[in-house]
Structures are given as C-alpha cells and as structure tokens.
Design a protein around this ligand. Structure first.
Ligand code: TRP
Length: 441
C-alpha cells in the first residue's frame, strides 16, 4: 500500500479539516456569541471533543487498514454484526461534496469578478449576488464542472500522487496567503479592534448554547463523522506519534480559523459592517468592502477568494475518498472506475443542489420549505455527521474491550491521558455531540 509521508498525512488531513466551514463559520459564530468567550470555549471544544473523537476515528482506520464499512464489520462482535451499517457514513461524504463544490464554483466566479471589478454600492452588490444565484445557471454549471473535474483528476491519481501532492502544494500556499492577509490587516487601525474583539474576555456570554455550538463547529470543522479521517489513517505513515498528529492537526485548524477571524473582523470593523453569516459575509459584505478599497482591495479580494478556493478544494477531494476506498476494496474495482462512480453521483447530486437555488427550478426542488441544497446541508451537518460521531465513540468506548482499545493506541497514550480520553469518548463526547445535534435540529 502506498502510504502518506508524515508531512503529507498531516497536511492532507489538515487540508480536509481546514475549509469553508471553519473559515467562514467560525468568524460568524464568534461575532454572534460574544468574541473571546466563544474563542475560549471553542479551543476547549477543539482540544477536548475534537481531538478525542479525532483519535477514535484515526484508531479505527489505522488499526483496520480498511474502508469504513469493512472496519466496522471486522471489529463487531459476532452477535452485533449490525454495527457494520455504521459504514453508511460514506454516503455523507457524497452529499457534502454535492453542495460544497457548488459553493466552490461560486467562489471561482467571484474570484474572476474580483479581477474584472466588483460593484461598489450595497444595492448593486446585493443584486449581483441575487441575480447570480437565481439566474446564472450557465456560469454556475461551468464553474461547478471545473471544480468537479479537478477533484476527479486528483482522486484518479490516488492517495500519494494525487491527494498528498495537491495538499503539499496548496496548503503552504494557503498559509502564505493567509499570513499576507494577516500582515496587511495588522497595518490597519481596525486590527486593534478586531484583536480586542477576539481576545477580550467577556465571560458572561458563555452559556450552555454557546458551548454546544462550539462543539458542533469543532466537530464539523475537523471533518469528523464521514470516514475521511478513518480512510486517510489507513495510509498513515507506519511510524510516528499519531496522537501528536491529531493535536497538531487540530491546532493548525484552529490557527487558520483564528487568522481568518482576525482578518475578516479587521475589514468588517474598519468599514463599519455587521459580522454576518456565511454566504452574506463572503458574497456581499466583504466584496462590498474590498470594492471600495481601490486597487489594494482588488488584490485582497482576489487573494481572499483564491484562499477560500484552495482551502475548499483540499477539503472536497477528501470527501469522496471513503466511498472510493469502499468500492475499490469491496468490489475489487480499479481506482478510476470507483472514482467515476463516486464523482458522477456527487456531480449529479451537485447539479440538483445547484438548480434548487435558481428561480426556474427552485419551486420543483423545494420540499417542506427547504430546497435540496439546504436539505443536503441540513441532513449531513445536523444528523449524519453527529450520529456517526456518537456511533464511533460508543463503539470504541463500550463495545470494544478496553484492552483492545488500549492496544490499538500502540502505547501512544497512557496513564492519566488514556484514562481521561477513555472517559471522554465513553461519556462526555457522545453526550456533547448529541446536545450539539439537538441544538442544530
Ligand atoms: N471540515 C470542512 C470545513 O471546515 C467541512 C467538512 C465537514 C468536511 N465534514 C467533512 C470536509 C468531511 C471533508 C470531509 O470546511
């Protein structure tokens, strides 16, 4: 089996984790939930929940060396064979890919618009976005196709020559652009305000809901519950402290979220805009600010969209790998055939999601007040991912014998650290994730 190199594993897994969810979800949540209070809770959620569940998924993948369906099958005791159905999570990857890549297509469009010139008033910016999303089917399909084709190409080349290579190139570039944006923000007056906002302690804002939202965000942001970490860990380098890998990946992810927050708030505060949510933030508030900053704004807008595209593409390629490895191992398929099946299904679902936002098709593709795009988002992030997370924790914490779990850790986690982790995955993590899920429903 071709394995990731150590750097390749860390960057590819971090590449999967660092994506649109973290970069634009985190600043919004911070804005809504009182700045530093949320940052603090988020760090704890990341380190306690995130890293613990991450290790669970990693261990399953490393110990089995197989796709998620076979993994859950092989570890199941004789009388509990139904546990193999935990492998359903490979479907989540396809559904996430479907809507995620549509968003990447929008970003490509805006990257080009940033070169041509973005509109300068709120009204024209809003109209541009509204018109694009509901009427410009051709452009959306073109960019959507472009990204899908790129992912197909990378995935066809396999783990080492495809996924690892892509991440070895894009992740350092992403870091570079982010540091550049951060350096520019630091020269702005509003940076101080942005910094204070993110680091000023205002503990009275911490309540149960904030904690639960932080857990949900940490979970989604680390790409857990899809089987991505599991299959990537199949090809983890043989040696090396994988518990340390988990911590490094979580910290890298947190670092990117934080820098994104600092940069975005500098612009938002500098221009007196409101910290808004995902799509409104990225396609309306920020472009409007950039457009009014002259040439510098144009460069920043371009780099901003490019960085989001890089972050997103490295996440997108990971989403189909669980299904790919299932098809390859279970049906002895060649990689390109397995990949064709997963790409085509995700592409078709993506087109449906894309069309469900448009004026012409939205009525036909809306069910119970939600169009299919929103349904895909909702079903995966509010149900399938958290359920899979709870499933894996309970499986490892309650079904597998403690000695077996201990052995799977290969001596990388011992003493009090093992005890605490084991306690977290048996009790705290399942309850926390369930609470996050109920809150999202
Ligand atoms: N972590 C990704 C982000 O923040 C989103 C994501 C969630 C994901 N689950 C995933 C990406 C599974 C890849 C695979 O954008």
């Amino acid at each position: 089996m071709t394995r990731f190199s150590k750097t390749g594993y860390i960057l590819s897994t971090a590449g999967s984790a660092i994506g649109l969810g973290g970069i634009w979800g985190f600043p919004y949540l911070v804005g809504q939930n009182g700045g530093f209070a949320f940052v603090l809770v988020f760090v704890l959620a990341f380190l306690v929940f995130g890293v613990s569940v991450f290790i669970v998924e990693m261990l399953f993948g490393r110990a089995s060396g197989q796709n998620s369906v076979s993994t859950f099958e092989n570890f199941a005791p004789k009388h509990l064979k139904f546990l193999k159905y935990g492998g359903f999570m490979v479907i989540s990857g396809v559904l996430i890919f479907a809507f995620y890549v549509v968003v990447l297509g929008w970003l490509v469009h805006y990257m080009f618009l940033s070169i041509i010139g973005l509109p300068k008033t709120l009204e024209t910016t809003q109209n541009l976005w509204g018109g694009f999303i509901s009427n410009q089917i051709g452009w959306q399909m073109l960019w959507h196709f472009t990204i899908v084709a790129l992912c197909a190409y990378v995935l066809n080349r396999g783990v080492k020559a495809g996924i690892e290579k892509l991440n070895l190139i894009l992740m350092p570039l992403l870091l570079f652009i982010f540091l550049g944006l951060l350096a520019y923000s630091m020269t702005q007056d509003a940076f101080v305000e942005s910094f204070k906002f993110l680091f000023h302690p205002n503990f009275e804002k911490i309540n149960a809901e904030v904690i639960v939202r932080a857990i949900g965000q940490a979970f989604f942001s680390l790409s857990l519950g899809v089987g991505v970490i599991l299959v990537y860990s199949n090809s983890m380098p043989k040696h090396g402290n994988f518990v340390r890998f988990a911590i490094v990946i979580a910290l890298l992810n947190f670092f990117f979220c934080l820098v994104a927050g600092l940069v975005i708030f500098t612009f938002i505060f500098g221009y007196g805009a409101e910290p808004t949510e995902g799509v409104g933030l990225v396609f309306i508030s920020l472009p409007l600010i950039f457009a009014n900053m002259g040439v510098v704004g144009q460069v920043i807008a371009f780099l901003f969209f490019v960085s989001l595209i890089f972050a997103g593409v490295t996440s997108a390629v990971s989403m189909l790998e669980p299904l790919n490895s299932y098809l390859i191992e279970r049906f002895s398929m060649k990689r390109h055939k397995a990949n064709l099946i997963s790409i085509l299904s995700a592409y078709a679902l993506g087109i449906i999601a894309l069309l469900s936002n448009t004026a012409t098709f939205s009525a036909d593709l809306t069910f119970f007040d939600k169009n299919l795009f929103d349904w895909f988002v909702y079903l995966t992030s509010s149900f399938m991912l958290p359920l899979a997370g709870v499933f894996m924790c309970l499986y490892m914490g309650w079904i597998l014998p403690k000695e077996q779990v201990y052995a799977m850790l290969e001596g990388k986690l011992g003493g009090i650290f093992f005890k605490s982790w084991y306690f977290v995955i048996r009790f705290i993590a399942p309850l926390g994730i369930l609470a996050a899920m109920v809150n999202l429903i």
